[in-house]
Design a protein around this ligand. Sequence first.
Ligand SMILES: [Zn+2]
Length: 441
Amino acid sequence: MLPLHKRKHDKNIERIDYETTTVKRVKRDRSISADSDIGRFHSLVSTINLKKLNFDFKKVCSVTLSPTHVYCCLVCGKYFQGRNERSPAFVHSIDSKHHIFINMNSLEYFELPENIQIEAVDDKILKVIRYAICPTYSNDAIKEFPLECIDTYGKVYANGFIGVTDSSNNHSAFINVVLMLIGHINPIRNFFLLTDLQGENLLLQKLSILMRKIWSPHLIRNYICTDEFLDFLVINKQLQKLPKDPKIFLLWLINNLAIKSKILKQQLMLHCQGKIVIKMNNKKTIPFWNLTLDLPVFRSDFNAVPQVKIGDLLKKYDDEDSEKYTLKQLPHFLILHFNRFDAKSEFPIKNRNQTLVEFNELLTIRNTNYKLISNIIHSVKRASDVSSEPNKKDDISLWKIQVYNNNINKWFEVDGSTIKEKNPEFLFINETYLQIWEKSS
Ligand SMILES: [Zn+2]
């Protein structure tokens, strides 16, 4: 007879409840800690390889693909299910001689194959791992953000100002930049950092984990992957039908968050929603999440890149004598959208409006002062660079976000996993697409 760990897996392996059969085996006296057996404890912890760990991906067993009772091997970073004699985690511990695991749900540590719980009490590395999976925050701590931090590779970063990418070479950049944008609206960020969302809607839970990671002062590496959140979005059929446009995704996200949480809806309305009077036909007042600014169309034989002042674009809403609109209530966080794409065009990206918008960091609308805090910008990868038939293909949109660090008064540009400082005088030399302005005194 083959030893237990060499036996062939049951065909219905996903149906086996690896957990309940083993829970009883972990008796109270079967645990180790730095106090009870310091030699064994340290030899186990010394096998942990932080650089192999990445908790940004879907937590499914690498053998059974099941998402239940998943453990991460802290030596190689792979996920395995269960911990009893037939479980993939048990087999892995024997085959690979990797013995320290964390339960991805309870965040408890175990030694396998002995199936002994490891008490994490004051060990620094074990604390870092728990924090990397789900960072926690206090009200007082977040008042000091952003902080100067160091990742496990020794790289200095500011929390909240990190790379945000995905494992498909930033293919979902139009979503990633919006996640960063939302993470820089402080009251909304604070909701996700401070609210216990266990048992709440999955969209709220997944977004909360992402926000917590973006603002973590104890990152393993100074960028995060949004894969787990993107995997969750794939199941939303309504979202899959929408164009890959940050403004459309932002409005989808805001509307869905408002539906899923009453408290968040109140916060969004209080901080991000304005009111506008529409004077055409029957005069009425409506709420808005963003103001869309139309860019002027210049003659096609115009050689230089056309430019327009942001103040001129805002006259549509800001002009006392406007026959169409009157701004009735300005929000604390004002979202501006610059309308560049014509969805009806055969090639919306090639034929976009490339007018540059002139702005600086301060703006006054109806005697209200605003300071720019986030700026999503657009550029392209030309079809001629990626296709043998460029006339039949549209260009590909690339998205970056520029964010302001008010603690050190500097701007940073996030391009996928990389981040670099930006001179504020040159922020407008891009195709700005979405901006957030915060009221200032
Ligand atoms: Zn391993």
